[in-house]
Design a binder for this molecule. Sequence first.
Ligand code: ZN
Length: 198
Amino acid sequence: MKTLLEGYARFRKNIWRRHQKRFSVLARDGQSPPAMVIACSDSRVAPEMIFDCLPGEIFVVRNVSALVPPYAPDTNNHGTSAALEFAVNGLNVRSIVVLGHSLCGGIRALMSEGKHGDFIGSWMTIAEPARVRVCDSPDSADKNFAELCHACELESIRVSLANLLTFPWIASRVADGTLTIAGMHFNVQTGRLAPVAP
Ligand SMILES: [Zn+2]
């Protein structure tokens, strides 16, 4: 907690002062970020830092492994789907980025045997098609666990990109060219960002 409060003191002294005018305009006029980023909660993968964004520039939702569930308008609590709905229908974002990353703990759990907690195992079933694709690929026997996890990180981004298109108001915007969706993979060791084709 002490570290957080010390950080807040630095924020007030430096960042707030520097961007106070921008915050005032955003408070007065509201936000209209052009892009949404779906990222992992991992502390090493902060979208605002990676994309060097100012307040108001990206609308971010973070969850375990940056997953997008399929469109399912039922009574369950869909945090990521609610964020998508607000970003697309409320804010009219023009692009959505699914940002996966190396050394992802959620993907590691998915690729491991056994039960993972009260919620993580169930949440990670969203990416089960990615795990199946990786394990069924002809070269899977030649890969070690870390390589299989890396392959699954990329495949899970593809699963999320496909799931985005199950949302009717996303699919229609992508079809008429008013919304673009893209996958990216951030390497925590090298700091490099690689595009991931659908
Ligand atoms: Zn992760």
